[in-house]
Write a protein that binds this ligand. Structure first.
Ligand code: HEC
Length: 103
């Protein structure tokens, strides 16, 4: 029983880590990392800051997926982010948004 619980949580830990690295790979493939860094702001805001800013918003991941797909402007400064709907589908945008909100 105890072993089952320990094994279960190890597996859960393992799968979230795999998901995070998958998401990061996706971000790299889609060119996000040319403007974003997890920890520091570059052209765009640091993704950890994004997670903090929207931590109290309901449906933050869906809202951010919208920004990723259709663009965002005025939330962080003068530079707008163009939408990426031509490069990815909604599911991919949601994977990235959920990854960011989980940081
Ligand atoms: C050409 C540079 C550039 C690229 C490429 C880019 N971003 Fe951004 N991103 C920005 C800028 C600039 C902002 C700030 C926009 C604003 O002030 O609303 C931003 C904002 C964001 C936000 C916050 C949006 C909000 O509603 O506050 C998220 C989330 C985000 N980017 C994710 C991504 C993801 C995921 C990718 C890859 C698919 C990506 N970005 C690619 C420049 C970029």
């Amino acid at each position: 029983m105890v072993y089952g619980i320990v094994l279960g949580s190890l597996l859960a830990l393992f799968s979230t880590q795999v998901l995070a690295s998958d998401a990061l790979r996706l971000a790299e493939k889609k060119g996000c990392l040319g403007c974003h860094h997890v920890e520091r702001s570059e052209v765009g805001p640091a993704w950890k800051e994004v997670a903090k800013k929207y931590s109290t918003h309901e449906n933050a991941a869906h809202q951010l997926a919208g920004s990723i797909l259709y663009g965002s402007m005025g939330n962080w400064g003068d530079r707008p982010m163009r939408g990426h709907a031509k490069k990815m589908n909604k599911d991919e945008a949601l994977v990235l948004a959920e990854f960011i909100m989980g940081l």
